[in-house]
Ligand binder design. Sequence first.
Ligand code: ADP
Ligand code: MG
Length: 256
Amino acid sequence: MDDGELIRFDKVTKCFGAHTVLDSLDFTVSAGRHVTLIGPSGSGKTTILRLLMTLTKPDEGTIRVGGRYLTHEERGGKLVPAGEKHVREVRKNIGMVFQQFNLFPNMRVMRNITEAPVQVLGLSRDEAEERARGLLDLVGLTSHADKYPSQLSGGQQQRVAIARALAMRPQVLLLDEVTSALDPELVTGVLDVLRDIARTTDITMLCVTHEMNFARDISDEVLMFDSGRVIESGPPQKMFTDPDHERTQQFLSAIL
Ligand code: ADP
Ligand code: MG
């Protein structure tokens, strides 16, 4: 295993009923890299992120984060399904932002951001609020700390969701089409925040997006995904202008 490797999928298979969504998938992401997943709708991109977030489990294969198994643990030299505690421990390293924000509607912005650091990391409320204030400043929402999600625009809600994910200080940030549900005029503000995070932090990003200019700007590597496998990968300059695979060419010409 390469030292800088943060995420590793080994022969991961995931089926829904008779439908094999991920088919013995192998891929790795090195620490600090910004990787974008592209591919047709229904190709399994969200499933990959949900597996990493332990919102769903693989049928076969293993996933490692920072060298530790995500849904397995080693006991007596054998690999067995992981217990709750182990899963929680490894998952602390991973944050996710969803297409539909998924904020807690009954909590004010500040509480949305402090809840997990208090409950999961055991921070005091003061420590968590100090951390949250720094993040609200980063996402440009300092004056909105006491509002409820329903009082914010979609773009503002998504920036709160980004702050909430970062409040756990994860090593990896998973971004699943985070601007797809936004009105067009709100997209730029969210992407600018993410560009800023990509530029100023060493967080590893795994990103699903149809915003190709954004992907080109922030990505070190682009993975083209189809029929449950990575069919091609490379730097964005290559992938977006001169991909090898016909499938990638077709996909890009359909969306660009
Ligand atoms: P993408 O994000 O690339 O559009 P998804 O990972 O959301 O694709 O879905 C891949 C396939 O798995 C789709 O065919 C989808 O219908 C199916 N799928 C995803 N989640 C479920 C689920 N919970 N139950 C049944 N089928 C699912
Ligand atoms: Mg999806």
